[in-house]
Write a protein that binds this ligand. Structure first.
Ligand code: NAD
Length: 513
C-alpha cells in the first residue's frame, strides 16, 4: 500500500515538474515578445514605447509587458499592409494559396510552443484545449490555401457579340479584431481566407491574449511576404477603434461582444465598408423525451465547453430537457461535470483551467450569485477548486448547473461566458421550441431525439445559424458558422464565406461588335 502511494506521489511530482518546465519555457518566449508588435515582417516596439501588464490567470503573476499600440502605430501597420498588398494581390491565386498552406505547415511544427504560450496567457488547459487549438490553426491555413483556385467568376450569356463575365477581386486591407477565448483559432479563420483572396491583414489581438497570436504571426512571416500580415496589440478605444476607422481599412472582421460589435458596425458604416460580426450566443440544447440520455449528457459536456470554462460563443448555456427526463439528466450531468479536474492549466491531469481575467471572473460570479437568489433555483456546484498555494490568486471557478431557473432570468438570457448553464424543463415539443427561440441571440442550437421527424421539424424552426442533431460539436471547417438576430452578421469557415466576405465581384462586359 505504501509503495502504491509513493508511486502516485512520484507520478504527481513528475506531472508538476513537467508543468513547471513548460510554464518556464512559455515565460521565456513571452519575455522575448514583450513590448513588441509585428510590422513589415519584424517584431518592433511601438512608436510611443507604451505598454501594459499581462497577467497569468492561473497565478495572478505578471507574465510580461505588452505593447500598447495607438493610432500612430495603427497608421504604420495599415500602411505596411497597403504597400504589401500591391504585389500580393496580383500573385496568381494558387501561388498565394500555396504560400498560405506552406505557412500552415511551418506553423504545425511549432504547435507545442504555441499551445504552451496560449496556456500561459489564457489559463485554458493545455491538454483539453490549447493543444487542439494550436493544431487547428495550421489546419485552417492549409484548408483555405487549398481553396485558392476556387476564386473565380462566372460568364453571363448576355447577347451575341458581347462577352459578359464577373471576376473576384480582393477588397483591400482587412482589419481583424480578435477576442480572447480562442484567439489562435479565430485569427486563423479570419486571416486565411482574407490572405488567400489577395487581401493583406492587420490583426488587433485581445488585451488578454496577445502572445500566442503574435508568435504565430511571427512564424507565418517566415513564409509570407513582409507586410501582408501585421499584428498590433492594445486596448479597444486606443487601438481597435482607430484601426476600424482608418481610411485605408476596407473591411472589418470581428468576433467578440455585442456591444463592441455594434460600435464597430457603426464606425464601419461611417466609412461604408463591409463587416463580418460574430457576436456570441445563448445556445439552446433541446433534449426530447425519446433522446438517448447518456449520449445527450456526454453531448452537453462538449456543447457547454466546460473544459474551456464555458468561454465559447456557442456554449449550450440553456439546456431544455423534457420534464420526464429532467431529474435523471441533471443527476447524470452534474455527476460527470464533477469528475472534471480543475487545476493548473499546464498540468496534464487538468481538464478545466481558469477564467481569463479578474474582471471576467467577477462577471461570472455575479451571475452565479444572481442565479442563487432566484426563487426556486438550485445551483449545483461541481468539482473542487485547486488547493496549491501558488494557484490561490488564480481566476478559478467551479462549474455551476442551475435548475429551477426561468427562461426570463438573466442567467438564462444573457451571455455569461463562464461555466454556468441552466437546465429548463418543458412538456411539449412546441413549448421547447418556443423557449429555445425566446432569446435575443441565434448562433447555435442542437436537438436530441431518436425520431427523425421531430429532428427535421426542429431544424426547420430553430432560430440559429448552426443547428446540430444528436451532437453539439465546435464549429468545423467547411460548415458555415455565424448567427442570426444579435449573434451577428456574415458567415465564416467556408469557401462561400471567403468569396462573400473577402472578395468583391467585378462585372465586365466586352463588346466585340
Ligand atoms: P470585447 O468585445 O470588448 O473585445 C473584443 C475585441 O474588440 C478586443 O480585441 C478589444 O480590444 C476590441 N475592441 C473593444 N472595443 C473596440 C472598439 N471600439 N473598436 C474596435 N475594437 C474594439 O470583448 P471582451 O471585453 O474581450 O469580452 C467581453 C464579453 O464579450 C465577454 O464577457 C463575452 O460575453 C463576450 N465575448 C464573446 C466572444 C465571442 O466569441 N462571441 C468572445 C469573447 C468575448
Amino acid at each position: 500500500m505504501s509503495s502504491t502511494m509513493s508511486d502516485v506521489s512520484a507520478a504527481n511530482g513528475a506531472e508538476a515538474d513537467a508543468a513547471t518546465k513548460l510554464r518556464a519555457a512559455a515565460l521565456a518566449t513571452a519575455s522575448r515578445l514583450a513590448g513588441k508588435v509585428l510590422i513589415d515582417g519584424a517584431l518592433v516596439p511601438t512608436e510611443s514605447g507604451r505598454s501594459f501588464d499581462l497577467l497569468d490567470p492561473a497565478t495572478g503573476d505578471i507574465i510580461c509587458k505588452v505593447a500598447e499600440a495607438r493610432s500612430e502605430d495603427v497608421d504604420v501597420a495599415v500602411k505596411s499592409a497597403r504597400v504589401a498588398m500591391a504585389a500580393w494581390s496580383v500573385l496568381p491565386a494558387r501561388a498565394r494559396g500555396k504560400l498560405v498552406a506552406e505557412a500552415g505547415r511551418v506553423l504545425a511544427s511549432h504547435g507545442d510552443e504555441l499551445a504552451a504560450l496560449l496556456t500561459l496567457e489564457s489559463g485554458k488547459a493545455l491538454r483539453t484545449e490549447c493543444r487542439t487549438e494550436a493544431a487547428n490553426l495550421a489546419d485552417v491555413l492549409q484548408f483555405f490555401g487549398g481553396l485558392a483556385s476556387e476564386i473565380k467568376g462566372e460568364t453571363v450569356p448576355l447577347r451575341p457579340g458581347v462577352l459578359a463575365y464577373t471576376q473576384r477581386e480582393p477588397v483591400g486591407v482587412v482589419a481583424a479584431v480578435l477576442p480572447w477565448n480562442v484567439p489562435l483559432m479565430l485569427m486563423a479563420i479570419k486571416i486565411a481566407p482574407a490572405l488567400v483572396a489577395g487581401n493583406s491583414v492587420v490583426v488587433k489581438s485581445s488585451e488578454e491574449t496577445p502572445l500566442a497570436v503574435l508568435r504565430a504571426a511571427e512564424i507565418l512571416n517566415q513564409v509570407l511576404p513582409e507586410g501582408v500580415l501585421n499584428v498590433i496589440s492594445g486596448d479597444g478605444a486606443s487601438c481597435g477603434a482607430p484601426l476600424v476607422a482608418h481610411p485605408d481599412v476596407a473591411k472589418v472582421t470581428f468576433t467578440g461582444s455585442v456591444t463592441t460589435g455594434k460600435r464597430i458596425y457603426t464606425a464601419a458604416a461611417e466609412k461604408l465598408v463591409p463587416v463580418t460580426l460574430e457576436l456570441g450566443g445563448k445556445s439552446p440544447m433541446v433534449v426530447l423525451d425519446d433522446a438517448d440520455l447518456d449520449k445527450a449528457v456526454d453531448g452537453a459536456l462538449v456543447a457547454m465547453r466546460f473544459t474551456r470554462q464555458g468561454q465559447s460563443c456557442t456554449a449550450a448555456s440553456r439546456i431544455l430537457v423534457h420534464r420526464s427526463r429532467h431529474d435523471e439528466f441533471v443527476q447524470k450531468l452534474t455527476a460527470k461535470v464533477a469528475e472534471l479536474v480543475i487545476g493548473d492549466p499546464f498540468d496534464e491531469r487538468t481538464d478545466i483551467g481558469t477564467i481569463i481575467s479578474r474582471k471576467q471572473l467577477d462577471k461570472v460570479e455575479g451571475y452565479i450569485a444572481q442565479g442563487r437568489g432566484a426563487a426556486g433555483a438550485t445551483a449545483h456546484e461541481c468539482g473542487t477548486l485547486p488547493t496549491q498555494e501558488r494557484l490561490q490568486r488564480g481566476f478559478f471557478v467551479r462549474p455551476v448547473v442551475f435548475t429551477g431557473i426561468d427562461n426570463d432570468h438573466p442567467v438564462a438570457r444573457e451571455e455569461i461566458f463562464g461555466p454556468v448553464t441552466c437546465v429548463i424543463p418543458f412538456d411539449t415539443f412546441d413549448e421547447a421550441i418556443a423557449i429555445a427561440n425566446d432569446c435575443d441571440f441565434g448562433l447555435a442550437a442542437s436537438i436530441w431525439t431518436r425520431d427523425i421527424k421531430s429532428a427535421f421539424a426542429a431544424v426547420g424552426v430553430l432560430e440559429a445559424g448552426f443547428v446540430q442533431v444528436n451532437q453539439a460539436q465546435v464549429a468545423e471547417l467547411n460548415i458555415s458558422m455565424g448567427g442570426v438576430k444579435q449573434s451577428g452578421i456574415g458567415r465564416e469557415l467556408t469557401l462561400e464565406s471567403m468569396l462573400e466576405h473577402f472578395t468583391h465581384r467585378k462585372s465586365v462586359v466586352i463588346n466585340f461588335e
